[in-house]
Design a protein around this ligand. Structure first.
Ligand code: HPA
Length: 250
């Protein structure tokens, strides 16, 4: 199959397509081929069969598989905590990111100085389609800045107190996907499900059960959003994502 779109699915999403295994220099990737809303989609569950924690996911393998599929567009899903008092269950389509990770290979160019432009880190065409998808389900999408932490522990109140100055939502898996996609000239955008208020902003403790329960509640709407968004992606790319390497090499 030559895919139109790759969908990287976070916690709690499953599309039930035909299983395929893809070989990459960074490891094997389990994926599913599925037809969705008239598009051929390569679905890659980010955490794989063994549910790898965020710092152990091979983001390079996933993005390599995405490139190999022939698809030029990548959409991902992420669960996030809100640091901006968004309603739990609402959706954020980030326009920028900040990261505080430590142990993740974040480039395909380890031995060559390649500096891709990140002025517009998420593809504007994909973001527009995702926002249309949210609207089609009767909700208002939010823009925002995604802050990526290393995890795997949930944040401390002091950590949130600090990173609230930098962004709107917090998650553990949105980086380095966004950069790796750009290095491969792929369009990339993510739809974030607000599953909780960030740690320490409410009296109660934050548990991963709260995140999973809210995700289970939001999953049908998330699927709907993606189904509405896919047909809204124009056939022709008018963004600059594909030219990312043109002026990036020293
Ligand atoms: N922090 C980090 N990752 C998350 C959160 C959070 O509060 N909620 C969902 N994923």
């Amino acid at each position: 199959m030559r895919a139109d779109i790759t969908l990287i699915g976070g916690v709690g999403i499953d599309l039930g397509g035909e299983e395929v295994y893809m070989k990459t220099p960074y490891g094997k990737v389990k994926a599913e081929e599925v037809a969705l809303a008239g598009r051929e989609v390569l679905f890659i569950p980010r955490h794989g069969e063994d549910h790898l924690p965020p710092h152990m996911v091979s983001y390079r393998a996933i993005l390599c598989a995405a490139k190999k599929s022939g698809a030029r567009r990548v959409i991902s899903t992420n669960t996030v905590g809100t640091m901006s008092w968004h309603q739990v269950g609402s959706f954020v389509v980030p326009h920028d990111f900040v990261e505080f990770t430590r142990s993740r290979p974040a480039t395909f160019f380890e031995h060559r100085a390649v500096h891709v432009d990140m002025t517009d880190p998420y593809c504007p065409q994909l973001r527009a389609a995702l926002k249309e998808g949210v609207k089609a389900t009767g909700m208002e999408p939010h823009d925002g800045i995604y802050v990526c932490t290393e995890g795997p522990h949930l944040e401390t109140p002091a950590q949130i107190g600090m990173i609230r100055n930098f962004g709107d939502v917090v998650g553990m898996t949105g980086y380095p996907e966004v950069v790796l996609a750009r290095e491969l000239g792929l369009c990339y955008a993510t739809i974030c499900v607000v599953t909780n208020v960030a740690a320490g902003m409410k009296k109660d403790a934050l548990t991963i059960t709260e995140v999973l329960d809210q995700m289970a509640e939001s999953i049908d709407r998330l699927r709907d959003i993606i189904s509405h968004a896919l047909p809204k992606i124009p056939e022709v790319r008018s963004c600059r994502c594909g030219e990312a390497l043109d002026e990036a090499m020293l």
